[in-house]
Design a binder for this molecule. Sequence first.
Ligand SMILES: O=C(O)C1=C[C@@H](OP(=O)(O)O)[C@@H](O)[C@H](O)C1
Ligand SMILES: C=C(OP(=O)(O)O)C(=O)O
Length: 435
Amino acid sequence: MTTHTNGPLACRRKGPLRGTIEVPGDKSISHRSLLFGALASGETRVRGLLDAEDVHSTRKAVVALGATVREEGDEIVVVGPEKLREPGDVIDCGNSGTSLRLLTGVLSGIPGLAVLTGDASLRKRPVRRVIDPLRKMGANLSARDGDRLPPVVIRGGPLRGARHVMEVASAQVKSAILLAGLFAEGETSVVEPERSRDHTERMLRGMGVPVRVNGLEVAVSAARPRGTRVDVPGDISSAAFFLCGAAALPGSKVTVRNLGVNETRTGLLDVLRAMGAKVTLEGAREIAGEPRADVTVEAAELRGTEIRGAVIPRLIDELPVVMVMATQARGRTVIRDARELRVKESDRLAAMGETLARAGAKIELYDDGCAIDGPTPLRGVPVQTRLDHRIAMSMAIAQLLTGGDEVVLDDVACVATSFPSFFRLLDQVAAGAAP
Ligand SMILES: O=C(O)C1=C[C@@H](OP(=O)(O)O)[C@@H](O)[C@H](O)C1
Ligand SMILES: C=C(OP(=O)(O)O)C(=O)O
């Protein structure tokens, strides 16, 4: 089977999925290691950095701000200048929301002018969520369409600490505010409605910054991080495609070694267990402040479940492939409180809802989620991937559940934003081409 990285791709594999794999490094941790390394004194050495387009966007951005990033053996070494400088050109964040939103926080504190933009998908994603709180700290930012959408223009300057109460749990917004807080006079704090991923808090602490956590409130004061060693575990959001595929395809058993299992990210494992899949963790350990383990999922008769509330931010990016898996579960799976899916690389509720319905799923969409009744056999369909890697990869897994039909993805270039080796790994664990 061929592996394409651009243009259309016809998927025609068959299950079960069996084997032991490693998935590439965690994308959230990778972005942070480059950005915080660029802010830090001394050097930051990163092992296992994700080599994918979104992380390349952050790398190019920190270089434009005066940092150096070089390869040394199997490590990436980041060295920041004494002070980050005004970039000489517009910074293009490509498809990456994390790059753009985290950079707004840093750039608010760097004297000079900066403009952040991105591809057609990123230019449709909301930025007021970072503009409003950063303005409250004295930052000078504006954006297109009444401050709603990128490009974002930032004139960095003096900042003052503030307390922010967030309406949506978002690690990108929380991180942008905390990063601005590193430049601000006085304390900066963020209160979240639910706990979002805490990689920023962990890495800043590892870099010597006092981060105070009190329930759902996180606070920092002005500080310069110190360079450190980062060891990036495998990305559970990438592993999710294999874990959900394995759970739903009879006879499957997949182990993902060295997988990040930070509890702010493991909502998927809770959902897999609730649906009846067999999930085991072995060799649990913590390296450089981030827990990891070898995670095995075995197929089982799945049953529907409810996915809502505090678990949502703990599996937000995995929900498209959870929707695919839910089509194979007996009974009803309900997803609520997931309105954020509508403002990702695409409107993921609309994209998955419409695509799975055409493939034969029984699915009802809500403003903030969906209900899926199963089990239903799926059939092959043409898929619009909409510049959204997670839609492309989720539908490549859905193809395995068709019993041999073809699923044609109209453009798989987007997969390279987070997981360039996805199709190669899928070939490795799939039983082969459909007859
Ligand atoms: O902080 C991060 O690294 C991320 C936070 C999440 O976004 P939100 O902060 O918008 O929820 C997630 O969907 C994204 O893939 C990565
Ligand atoms: C939402 C995602 O990323 P970002 O917000 O960084 O574009 C994702 O990877 O699913």
